[in-house]
Design a protein around this ligand. Structure first.
Ligand SMILES: Cc1cc2nc3c(=O)[nH]c(=O)nc-3n(C[C@H](O)[C@H](O)[C@H](O)COP(=O)(O)O)c2cc1C
Length: 277
């Protein structure tokens, strides 16, 4: 989760201009182009970003409709592909959105102040030093969220889990009887994996948003798994040529957009009674 310094064995070629960092493992490479693959974690070149040092994410305050989150460790893997499709369908419908790949961001584990004392978990979050405060602001500013996750051991990715844990301060405002920032917003969830755990993963993600007062769009969960005849070498091609996956993503994005058009968040403002854990 933390951008890491160059590891021993990083191939730094003196005199070349660009430093590239693997967003998956932190391996640093210097050259005109990123390497074909990461020698440390074997991720493809698309996982490399120019390494311009760590800058804290900020939100410019401009309104937009949908916050699209790729929760995968891979910015350009199978989950990233689903997020690309979601972007395409949002664009086709002229919906304003912002997409983030969590692997490009620095998100600390939740300090779990709530577990020390409920009153200690405040909004804004006590940890103001990573990228999460900007994500909090964008969750509050956007009207809907679409979250895309791989299945990792029958659950969401660890990165997404860290992100969702960090929304506890937005949930705890209801507990502390303070004004909320998220009730009445819309959620859509997309999941991909090999064989097992898609629905559990989606429901785990949904639980978090339900506790923030979000409304799951009708048919708001879409997932695609492929079964045992494919593996991690062949799944890339499977997902990229799969009409059902396109249908799932188009469906969830469309259903989120249709809910947005109903302007339910505005209609519910001030009328809901938060029922939270
Ligand atoms: C640590 C780990 C655990 C996984 N667990 C599951 C699992 O429980 N069920 C499943 O269907 N696929 C599982 N997979 C496969 C991934 O969900 C699949 O490769 C996915 O397409 C990866 O998305 P990405 O390219 O965005 O990383 C697992 C992969 C990893 C690396």
């Amino acid at each position: 989760m933390h951008p890491e310094p160059a590891q021993p064995g990083s191939r730094l070629v003196p005199g070349t201009a660009v430093r590239w960092r693997c967003t998956v493992c932190g391996f640093v490479f210097e050259g005109e182009k990123p390497p074909k693959g990461c020698p440390a974690c074997h991720s493809p070149s698309a996982e490399f970003m120019e390494d311009s040092g760590r800058k804290q994410l900020t939100y410019d305050g401009k309104p937009f409709d949908v916050l699209l989150i790729n929760g995968s460790t891979h910015r350009a893997g199978n989950t990233g592909f689903m997020a690309d499709l979601a972007e395409k369908f949002l664009r086709e419908r002229n919906i304003s959105f912002r997409r983030f790949n969590l692997s490009e961001h620095h998100i600390d584990y939740c300090w779990c102040c709530y577990a020390v004392r409920a009153g200690s978990c405040t909004y804004p979050c006590r940890n103001a030093k990573d990228d999460m405060p900007a994500f909090h602001q964008m969750l509050a500013a956007s009207k809907a969220v679409i979250v895309v996750s791989p299945i990792n051991w029958n659950g969401m990715s660890a990165r997404l889990k860290a992100f969702l844990d960090r929304t506890t301060c937005m949930n705890n405002v209801y507990h502390l009887k303070k004004p909320g920032h998220t009730e009445g917003k819309i959620a859509g969830i997309l999941v991909n994996g090999h064989e097992d755990g898609a629905i559990k993963t989606a429901m785990d993600i949904w639980l978090n948003f339900e506790q923030l007062g979000y409304i799951l769009a009708p048919f708001g969960i879409g997932f695609r798994t492929h079964g045992a005849e494919f593996n991690s070498k062949t799944d890339h091609e499977f997902f990229r040529n799969d009409e059902f996956l396109v249908h799932q993503v188009r469906g969830v994005v469309t259903n989120v957009i249709e809910m947005l058009h109903l302007k339910i968040e505005e209609k519910l403002r001030g009328k809901l009674i938060p029922v939270t854990e």
